[in-house]
Design a protein around this ligand. Structure first.
Ligand SMILES: *Cc1c(COP(=O)(O)O)cnc(C)c1O
Length: 391
């Protein structure tokens, strides 16, 4: 009866829904499905975080509008956390803004800075909101291929001059979803130089900053000299503190960009529920051993999967960050077809790489969001299936 607006056309994630429908069918048929598809943390926040939420929830004064910038305590907690963890000094007044999940900021930033026809540089493969946001804003997407040959970094030299001249935003994301790749300070320096030359805003999505292993510690994009003049960084409590359902995150950096996003958001929302902000303060300023425990859990899971798949004859890399394995399709098959075969034959649900963009074809993303016993079971089933295929 209704014709959806044209801007809705950019929002089709047909592959995600197709594969998830199939997964639901398998579950409904009573099959034991091991869901390693959606990247939603399966662990709980630390007790002191839940306690802070609980204490605030029972206070009658906790229920008013908070207004969208963030409470002074929340903003101070973010400033302290960034200073301590990344040696980046931020002014809580002008360089920090709360978000209802980084999704909130990533979805809306192009509305602030891109007119229809302006270009937004997005990674391919990439997290879907990177292109959905600009596409809603009517911007033109330029997809930067992330390939193994270039260490999964965009090849900045290959960006055409006529594209750069029309570019308003560039989105980068390290440690990366879905690739689990990491960036180097040299790469960030080149991005800063390019953004200064062509005067565009760089949006660094740093959601996996704390899910790092083997002694690896990423730097914040904002720690690069000159970055604050052209860049903002998104971070979130979703993965670091297992608070994905709380919808609490923040954006930091360039004060003009923060002010514009704040101005837009003040029209859309009236801020994050006060108890959730209190829980975030407890998370950011409280003991951080829970973060190390979470990262250790993902590292052990990573090793189970990487060792198990390699033993099964499926060669995959061992990432030093994120909660994903980016695995080449181990057969002469499209990623969607392999994903369906894998689900039907083993009950293991993953996401076909193509769902993250054309350059994701040939790979699948495996999310480490099940306990070790389930991952061992997944490995066992895959080994058994491969054994049958080779007989
Ligand atoms: C999970 C994730 C986020 C976090 O999103 P929230 O909206 O903060 O929950 C951001 N970016 C990427 C790439 C992610 O995978």
């Amino acid at each position: 009866m209704f014709n959806p607006a044209r801007r809705m056309q950019g929002l089709t994630s047909a592959i995600f829904s197709e594969v998830d429908e199939l997964r639901k069918k398998e579950v409904a048929a009573g099959n034991d499905v091991i869901t390693l598809s959606i990247g939603s943390p399966d662990m709980a926040p630390a007790a002191h975080i839940i306690e802070a939420l609980k204490n605030a929830v029972i206070e009658p004064h906790s229920y008013g509008y908070t207004l969208s910038k963030g409470t002074p305590r929340f903003l101070a907690a973010v400033a302290e956390w960034y200073g301590k963890n990344y040696n980046v000094k931020l002014d809580p007044e002008t360089e920090i803004h709360s978000l209802m999940g980084s999704q909130d900021g990533l979805a809306h930033i192009a509305l602030c800075f891109a007119n229809p026809g302006d270009v937004v540089l997005v990674p391919d493969p990439g997290y879907p909101i990177f292109s959905a946001g600009p596409s809603i804003a009517g911007a033109e997407l330029y997809r930067m291929p992330l390939t193994a040959a270039n260490h999964y970094l965009p090849d900045l030299d290959s960006l055409p001059e006529n594209v750069l001249r029309r570019t308003k935003l560039m989105i980068i994301n390290y440690p990366n979803n879905p690739l689990a790749a990491t960036a180097t300070p040299e790469f960030y320096q080149r991005v800063v130089a390019l953004a200064h030359e062509y005067q565009f805003l760089v949006c660094s999505d740093f959601a996996y900053s704390e899910l790092v292993f083997d002694g690896y510690k990423p730097e914040s994009f904002l720690s690069i000299p000159g970055a604050r003049e052209i860049g903002i960084e998104f971070n979130s409590l979703s993965k670091t503190y297992n608070m994905a359902g709380c919808r609490v995150a923040f954006v930091v950096g360039n004060s003009q960009a923060i002010a514009e996003l704040g101005r837009l958001k003040s029209n859309f929302d009236y801020g994050i529920f006060y108890p959730v902000q209190q829980a975030a303060v407890a998370a950011l300023t409280g003991p951080q051993d829970c973060v190390k425990a979470t990262a250790d859990t993902y590292r052990r899971r990573r090793d189970i999967l990487v060792d198990g798949l390699n033993n099964a004859g499926w060669p995959v890399d061992r990432p030093r960050a994120s909660m994903y394995i980016w695995a080449p399709v181990p057969a002469a098959q499209l990623s969607v077809d392999f994903t369906i075969d894998l689900l039907k034959n083993t009950g293991v649900a993953v996401i076909p790489g193509k769902a993250f963009g054309q350059c994701g074809e040939g790979f699948v993303r495996i999310a480490l969001v099940q306990p070790e016993v389930r991952l061992k079971e997944a490995v066992h089933r895959i080994q058994t299936w491969f054994g049958k295929l080779n007989r």
